[in-house]
Design a binder for this molecule. Structure first.
Ligand code: IPM
Ligand code: MG
Length: 361
Protein backbone atom coordinates (compact mmCIF):
# COMPACT_ATOMS: atom_id res chain seq x y z
CA UNK A 1 0.00 0.00 0.00
CA UNK A 2 1.23 3.50 -0.79
CA UNK A 3 2.45 5.08 2.45
CA UNK A 4 3.17 8.72 3.13
CA UNK A 5 4.79 10.32 6.15
CA UNK A 6 3.27 13.58 7.38
CA UNK A 7 4.90 15.85 9.95
CA UNK A 8 2.21 17.16 12.29
CA UNK A 9 3.14 20.42 14.02
CA UNK A 10 0.16 21.46 16.12
CA UNK A 11 1.84 24.34 17.98
CA UNK A 12 -0.08 26.80 20.14
CA UNK A 13 -3.49 28.31 20.82
CA UNK A 14 -6.22 26.62 18.81
CA UNK A 15 -3.57 24.69 16.82
CA UNK A 16 -3.80 21.44 18.83
CA UNK A 17 -7.63 21.35 18.82
CA UNK A 18 -8.07 22.01 15.11
CA UNK A 19 -5.30 19.53 14.30
CA UNK A 20 -7.00 16.92 16.51
CA UNK A 21 -10.24 17.53 14.60
CA UNK A 22 -8.47 17.10 11.26
CA UNK A 23 -6.42 13.92 11.69
CA UNK A 24 -9.42 11.53 11.79
CA UNK A 25 -10.66 13.07 8.54
CA UNK A 26 -7.29 12.53 6.88
CA UNK A 27 -7.21 8.95 8.17
CA UNK A 28 -10.68 8.28 6.85
CA UNK A 29 -9.75 9.74 3.44
CA UNK A 30 -6.66 7.53 3.29
CA UNK A 31 -8.67 4.45 4.21
CA UNK A 32 -11.31 5.24 1.63
CA UNK A 33 -8.87 5.82 -1.23
CA UNK A 34 -6.44 3.03 -0.41
CA UNK A 35 -3.27 4.66 0.92
CA UNK A 36 -1.63 4.90 4.32
CA UNK A 37 -0.68 8.03 6.26
CA UNK A 38 1.88 7.93 9.03
CA UNK A 39 1.64 10.98 11.27
CA UNK A 40 4.77 12.07 13.10
CA UNK A 41 4.01 14.73 15.69
CA UNK A 42 6.66 17.28 16.66
CA UNK A 43 6.97 20.35 18.85
CA UNK A 44 6.86 23.85 17.41
CA UNK A 45 6.34 27.44 18.54
CA UNK A 46 5.60 28.40 22.11
CA UNK A 47 4.92 24.77 23.00
CA UNK A 48 8.46 23.95 21.86
CA UNK A 49 9.94 26.92 23.74
CA UNK A 50 8.29 25.68 26.95
CA UNK A 51 9.25 22.03 26.46
CA UNK A 52 12.60 22.25 24.70
CA UNK A 53 13.84 25.83 25.06
CA UNK A 54 13.47 26.85 21.42
CA UNK A 55 10.69 27.44 18.95
CA UNK A 56 12.04 25.14 16.24
CA UNK A 57 14.04 22.30 17.78
CA UNK A 58 16.43 20.28 15.62
CA UNK A 59 14.29 17.10 16.16
CA UNK A 60 11.33 18.92 14.64
CA UNK A 61 13.36 19.85 11.56
CA UNK A 62 14.44 16.22 11.26
CA UNK A 63 10.85 15.01 11.40
CA UNK A 64 9.96 17.54 8.68
CA UNK A 65 12.90 16.48 6.51
CA UNK A 66 11.76 12.86 6.72
CA UNK A 67 8.21 13.72 5.66
CA UNK A 68 6.41 14.39 2.39
CA UNK A 69 4.55 17.33 3.86
CA UNK A 70 3.96 19.34 7.02
CA UNK A 71 0.52 19.81 8.49
CA UNK A 72 0.92 22.93 10.60
CA UNK A 73 -1.51 24.27 13.22
CA UNK A 74 -0.58 27.71 14.54
CA UNK A 75 2.09 29.36 16.68
CA UNK A 76 2.26 32.28 19.06
CA UNK A 77 0.36 33.71 22.00
CA UNK A 78 0.57 36.29 24.78
CA UNK A 79 2.77 34.00 26.95
CA UNK A 80 5.69 34.44 24.55
CA UNK A 81 5.27 38.08 23.59
CA UNK A 82 7.75 39.25 26.22
CA UNK A 83 10.59 37.26 24.64
CA UNK A 84 13.09 39.08 22.45
CA UNK A 85 11.50 39.46 18.98
CA UNK A 86 13.88 37.04 17.27
CA UNK A 87 13.00 34.31 19.82
CA UNK A 88 9.23 34.63 19.48
CA UNK A 89 7.34 31.71 17.93
CA UNK A 90 6.44 33.45 14.65
CA UNK A 91 9.93 34.68 13.89
CA UNK A 92 11.80 31.75 15.38
CA UNK A 93 9.66 28.89 14.04
CA UNK A 94 7.31 29.75 11.22
CA UNK A 95 9.56 32.01 9.19
CA UNK A 96 12.60 29.71 9.42
CA UNK A 97 10.43 26.74 8.39
CA UNK A 98 9.28 28.60 5.28
CA UNK A 99 12.81 29.65 4.50
CA UNK A 100 14.59 26.35 5.31
CA UNK A 101 12.34 24.39 2.98
CA UNK A 102 12.35 27.05 0.25
CA UNK A 103 8.56 27.43 0.35
CA UNK A 104 8.37 30.55 -1.76
CA UNK A 105 4.82 30.28 -3.07
CA UNK A 106 1.90 30.59 -0.69
CA UNK A 107 -1.49 29.74 -2.15
CA UNK A 108 -4.57 31.02 -0.35
CA UNK A 109 -7.83 30.04 -2.03
CA UNK A 110 -10.72 32.25 -0.99
CA UNK A 111 -14.26 31.14 -1.69
CA UNK A 112 -17.51 32.71 -0.59
CA UNK A 113 -19.82 29.77 0.02
CA UNK A 114 -23.45 30.58 -0.73
CA UNK A 115 -24.44 29.12 2.67
CA UNK A 116 -22.31 31.71 4.46
CA UNK A 117 -23.28 34.92 2.69
CA UNK A 118 -24.92 36.25 5.83
CA UNK A 119 -21.61 35.84 7.69
CA UNK A 120 -19.90 38.28 5.31
CA UNK A 121 -19.49 41.86 6.50
CA UNK A 122 -20.33 42.85 2.91
CA UNK A 123 -23.77 42.90 1.32
CA UNK A 124 -24.69 39.46 -0.01
CA UNK A 125 -24.88 40.72 -3.59
CA UNK A 126 -21.25 41.85 -3.38
CA UNK A 127 -19.85 38.75 -1.67
CA UNK A 128 -21.86 36.24 -3.72
CA UNK A 129 -19.73 34.14 -6.06
CA UNK A 130 -16.35 35.43 -4.91
CA UNK A 131 -13.73 32.85 -5.79
CA UNK A 132 -10.18 34.05 -5.86
CA UNK A 133 -6.69 32.83 -5.18
CA UNK A 134 -4.02 34.89 -3.47
CA UNK A 135 -0.55 33.81 -4.57
CA UNK A 136 1.75 35.33 -2.00
CA UNK A 137 5.54 35.40 -2.28
CA UNK A 138 6.65 33.86 1.01
CA UNK A 139 10.42 33.85 1.44
CA UNK A 140 11.47 37.35 0.46
CA UNK A 141 10.61 41.01 0.84
CA UNK A 142 10.36 42.78 4.16
CA UNK A 143 10.10 39.55 6.15
CA UNK A 144 13.63 38.45 5.33
CA UNK A 145 15.46 41.37 3.68
CA UNK A 146 18.81 42.38 5.18
CA UNK A 147 19.76 44.55 6.95
CA UNK A 148 17.12 44.04 9.61
CA UNK A 149 17.27 45.11 13.22
CA UNK A 150 17.33 47.93 15.72
CA UNK A 151 20.40 49.99 16.50
CA UNK A 152 21.03 52.85 18.88
CA UNK A 153 21.98 56.22 17.41
CA UNK A 154 22.63 59.61 19.02
CA UNK A 155 19.04 60.56 18.11
CA UNK A 156 17.53 57.47 19.69
CA UNK A 157 16.74 54.05 18.29
CA UNK A 158 16.74 53.29 14.59
CA UNK A 159 14.75 50.27 13.33
CA UNK A 160 15.35 48.83 9.88
CA UNK A 161 13.49 46.41 7.64
CA UNK A 162 14.61 45.97 4.07
CA UNK A 163 12.33 45.45 1.08
CA UNK A 164 14.44 43.65 -1.47
CA UNK A 165 13.61 41.32 -4.38
CA UNK A 166 15.68 39.77 -7.11
CA UNK A 167 14.44 38.83 -10.57
CA UNK A 168 14.59 35.07 -9.98
CA UNK A 169 12.50 35.29 -6.81
CA UNK A 170 9.78 37.10 -8.73
CA UNK A 171 9.92 34.83 -11.77
CA UNK A 172 9.37 31.60 -9.87
CA UNK A 173 6.34 32.79 -7.91
CA UNK A 174 4.90 34.54 -10.98
CA UNK A 175 4.98 31.20 -12.82
CA UNK A 176 3.00 29.63 -9.97
CA UNK A 177 0.39 32.37 -10.34
CA UNK A 178 0.11 31.98 -14.12
CA UNK A 179 -0.09 28.19 -13.91
CA UNK A 180 -2.84 28.51 -11.30
CA UNK A 181 -4.72 31.06 -13.41
CA UNK A 182 -4.63 28.68 -16.38
CA UNK A 183 -6.70 26.18 -14.41
CA UNK A 184 -9.07 28.94 -13.23
CA UNK A 185 -10.40 32.08 -14.94
CA UNK A 186 -7.14 32.98 -16.74
CA UNK A 187 -6.68 36.33 -15.08
CA UNK A 188 -3.72 37.43 -12.93
CA UNK A 189 -3.66 40.77 -11.13
CA UNK A 190 -0.26 41.89 -9.89
CA UNK A 191 -0.62 43.90 -6.69
CA UNK A 192 2.22 46.35 -6.09
CA UNK A 193 3.11 49.93 -5.24
CA UNK A 194 4.94 50.76 -8.45
CA UNK A 195 4.22 54.48 -8.05
CA UNK A 196 6.55 54.55 -5.04
CA UNK A 197 8.60 51.40 -4.60
CA UNK A 198 11.66 50.45 -6.61
CA UNK A 199 11.06 46.75 -5.91
CA UNK A 200 7.56 47.06 -7.40
CA UNK A 201 9.07 48.28 -10.67
CA UNK A 202 11.10 45.08 -10.84
CA UNK A 203 7.96 43.07 -10.08
CA UNK A 204 6.07 44.76 -12.95
CA UNK A 205 8.88 44.31 -15.44
CA UNK A 206 9.49 40.69 -14.51
CA UNK A 207 5.84 39.65 -14.33
CA UNK A 208 5.17 41.28 -17.71
CA UNK A 209 7.93 39.20 -19.22
CA UNK A 210 6.69 35.95 -17.64
CA UNK A 211 3.17 36.82 -18.84
CA UNK A 212 4.39 36.65 -22.44
CA UNK A 213 4.92 32.88 -21.91
CA UNK A 214 1.23 32.57 -21.01
CA UNK A 215 -0.67 34.03 -23.95
CA UNK A 216 -3.91 32.46 -22.69
CA UNK A 217 -3.74 34.34 -19.37
CA UNK A 218 -4.62 38.01 -19.03
CA UNK A 219 -2.51 40.24 -16.78
CA UNK A 220 -3.68 43.32 -14.86
CA UNK A 221 -1.96 45.66 -12.40
CA UNK A 222 -3.25 47.34 -9.26
CA UNK A 223 -1.59 49.46 -6.61
CA UNK A 224 -2.04 47.80 -3.23
CA UNK A 225 -4.14 50.61 -1.74
CA UNK A 226 -6.51 50.40 -4.69
CA UNK A 227 -6.54 46.59 -4.44
CA UNK A 228 -7.61 46.79 -0.78
CA UNK A 229 -10.45 49.07 -1.82
CA UNK A 230 -11.47 47.03 -4.88
CA UNK A 231 -11.61 43.91 -2.72
CA UNK A 232 -14.47 45.32 -0.67
CA UNK A 233 -16.08 47.19 -3.56
CA UNK A 234 -16.19 44.51 -6.21
CA UNK A 235 -14.34 41.36 -5.14
CA UNK A 236 -15.74 39.27 -7.99
CA UNK A 237 -13.49 41.06 -10.48
CA UNK A 238 -10.50 39.04 -9.25
CA UNK A 239 -9.23 35.61 -10.16
CA UNK A 240 -5.56 35.30 -9.10
CA UNK A 241 -3.96 38.05 -7.02
CA UNK A 242 -0.17 37.91 -7.22
CA UNK A 243 1.43 39.72 -4.28
CA UNK A 244 4.80 40.29 -2.68
CA UNK A 245 5.09 38.90 0.85
CA UNK A 246 3.63 41.68 3.02
CA UNK A 247 0.91 42.79 0.60
CA UNK A 248 -0.22 39.17 0.32
CA UNK A 249 -0.28 38.79 4.08
CA UNK A 250 -2.54 41.81 4.45
CA UNK A 251 -4.88 41.30 1.51
CA UNK A 252 -5.45 37.61 2.24
CA UNK A 253 -6.87 38.42 5.69
CA UNK A 254 -9.14 41.01 4.13
CA UNK A 255 -10.30 38.62 1.42
CA UNK A 256 -10.94 35.86 3.97
CA UNK A 257 -13.08 38.15 6.10
CA UNK A 258 -15.18 38.98 3.04
CA UNK A 259 -16.09 35.30 2.84
CA UNK A 260 -17.26 35.14 6.43
CA UNK A 261 -14.37 34.20 8.68
CA UNK A 262 -10.61 33.94 8.86
CA UNK A 263 -11.29 30.48 10.25
CA UNK A 264 -12.16 29.30 6.74
CA UNK A 265 -8.88 30.15 5.02
CA UNK A 266 -6.41 27.33 4.32
CA UNK A 267 -3.01 27.87 2.79
CA UNK A 268 -0.42 25.83 0.96
CA UNK A 269 3.23 26.89 1.03
CA UNK A 270 5.11 25.29 -1.80
CA UNK A 271 8.61 25.24 -3.23
CA UNK A 272 10.34 23.67 -6.21
CA UNK A 273 9.31 20.10 -5.42
CA UNK A 274 6.13 18.58 -4.07
CA UNK A 275 7.00 19.07 -0.42
CA UNK A 276 4.78 21.67 1.23
CA UNK A 277 3.65 23.21 4.49
CA UNK A 278 -0.10 23.51 5.04
CA UNK A 279 -1.24 26.05 7.50
CA UNK A 280 -4.51 27.83 8.33
CA UNK A 281 -4.00 31.54 7.69
CA UNK A 282 -5.93 32.59 10.79
CA UNK A 283 -3.28 32.04 13.43
CA UNK A 284 -3.42 30.73 16.98
CA UNK A 285 -6.47 32.75 18.21
CA UNK A 286 -5.43 32.56 21.90
CA UNK A 287 -8.66 34.31 22.95
CA UNK A 288 -10.76 31.26 22.05
CA UNK A 289 -8.18 28.49 22.57
CA UNK A 290 -9.24 25.55 24.72
CA UNK A 291 -12.94 26.39 24.56
CA UNK A 292 -13.79 23.86 21.87
CA UNK A 293 -15.38 26.48 19.65
CA UNK A 294 -12.62 27.13 17.09
CA UNK A 295 -13.58 26.70 13.47
CA UNK A 296 -11.56 23.72 12.15
CA UNK A 297 -12.49 24.43 8.50
CA UNK A 298 -9.20 26.07 7.52
CA UNK A 299 -7.21 23.17 8.97
CA UNK A 300 -9.43 20.56 7.35
CA UNK A 301 -9.21 22.36 4.00
CA UNK A 302 -5.42 22.44 4.51
CA UNK A 303 -5.52 18.66 4.75
CA UNK A 304 -7.24 18.56 1.36
CA UNK A 305 -4.60 20.87 -0.14
CA UNK A 306 -1.87 18.65 1.32
CA UNK A 307 -3.38 15.60 -0.34
CA UNK A 308 -3.66 17.46 -3.64
CA UNK A 309 -0.32 19.24 -3.90
CA UNK A 310 2.15 17.16 -1.91
CA UNK A 311 0.71 13.66 -2.29
CA UNK A 312 -1.09 13.90 -5.62
CA UNK A 313 -4.15 12.24 -4.05
CA UNK A 314 -6.65 14.42 -5.90
CA UNK A 315 -9.68 12.18 -5.35
CA UNK A 316 -9.16 12.15 -1.60
CA UNK A 317 -8.73 15.95 -1.63
CA UNK A 318 -11.97 16.42 -3.54
CA UNK A 319 -13.80 14.03 -1.22
CA UNK A 320 -12.80 16.07 1.84
CA UNK A 321 -13.78 19.31 0.15
CA UNK A 322 -17.15 17.98 -0.86
CA UNK A 323 -17.82 16.53 2.61
CA UNK A 324 -17.01 19.98 3.99
CA UNK A 325 -19.46 21.60 1.57
CA UNK A 326 -22.10 19.04 2.50
CA UNK A 327 -21.71 19.78 6.22
CA UNK A 328 -22.15 23.49 5.45
CA UNK A 329 -25.21 22.95 3.34
CA UNK A 330 -26.69 20.67 6.01
CA UNK A 331 -26.52 23.70 8.30
CA UNK A 332 -23.54 22.94 10.56
CA UNK A 333 -21.85 26.11 11.79
CA UNK A 334 -19.16 27.00 14.29
CA UNK A 335 -19.94 30.20 16.25
CA UNK A 336 -17.81 32.45 13.99
CA UNK A 337 -20.00 31.66 10.96
CA UNK A 338 -23.31 31.15 12.74
CA UNK A 339 -25.03 34.40 11.76
CA UNK A 340 -27.71 32.62 9.70
CA UNK A 341 -29.02 30.60 12.63
CA UNK A 342 -27.82 27.19 11.39
CA UNK A 343 -26.90 24.36 13.79
CA UNK A 344 -24.22 25.97 15.93
CA UNK A 345 -21.76 23.35 17.13
CA UNK A 346 -18.24 23.19 18.52
CA UNK A 347 -15.00 22.17 16.85
CA UNK A 348 -15.41 18.43 17.39
CA UNK A 349 -19.02 18.17 16.29
CA UNK A 350 -18.32 20.25 13.19
CA UNK A 351 -15.42 17.98 12.25
CA UNK A 352 -17.58 14.93 12.99
CA UNK A 353 -20.23 16.24 10.59
CA UNK A 354 -17.57 16.38 7.88
CA UNK A 355 -16.22 12.96 8.77
CA UNK A 356 -19.72 11.43 8.57
CA UNK A 357 -20.25 12.95 5.12
CA UNK A 358 -16.84 11.73 3.95
CA UNK A 359 -17.59 8.19 5.05
CA UNK A 360 -21.18 8.22 3.74
CA UNK A 361 -21.42 10.81 0.96
C1 IPM B 1 0.29 34.49 8.04
C2 IPM B 1 0.64 35.03 9.40
C3 IPM B 1 2.16 35.08 9.56
C4 IPM B 1 2.73 35.96 8.47
C5 IPM B 1 2.64 35.54 10.95
C6 IPM B 1 2.09 34.67 12.04
C7 IPM B 1 4.13 35.61 11.02
O1 IPM B 1 0.06 36.28 9.58
O2 IPM B 1 0.71 33.36 7.72
O3 IPM B 1 -0.41 35.17 7.30
O4 IPM B 1 2.75 37.18 8.61
O5 IPM B 1 3.17 35.42 7.45
MG1 MG C 1 -1.23 36.86 8.03
Amino acid sequence: MKTYQIAVLAGDGIGPEIIAATLPILRAAAHKFGFRLVFEEALVGGAAIDAAGKALPEETLTVCRNSQAILFGAVGGPQWEALPPEKQPERAALLPLRRTFGLYANLRPITCYPELLSASPLKAEIARGVDLLVVRELTGGLYFGQPKGTVMTDRGERAIDTLVYETAEIERVARVAFEAARARKQFVTLVDKANVLESSLLWRKTVRRIASEYADVQLGFLYVDNAAMQLIRQPRQFDVLLCENLFGDILSDEAAAICGSLGMLPSASLGKARFGLYEPAGGSAPDIAGKGIANPSAQILCAALLLRYSLGEEKAALAIESAFRAALSDGFRTPDIASDGGKTVGTEAFAQAILDRLENP
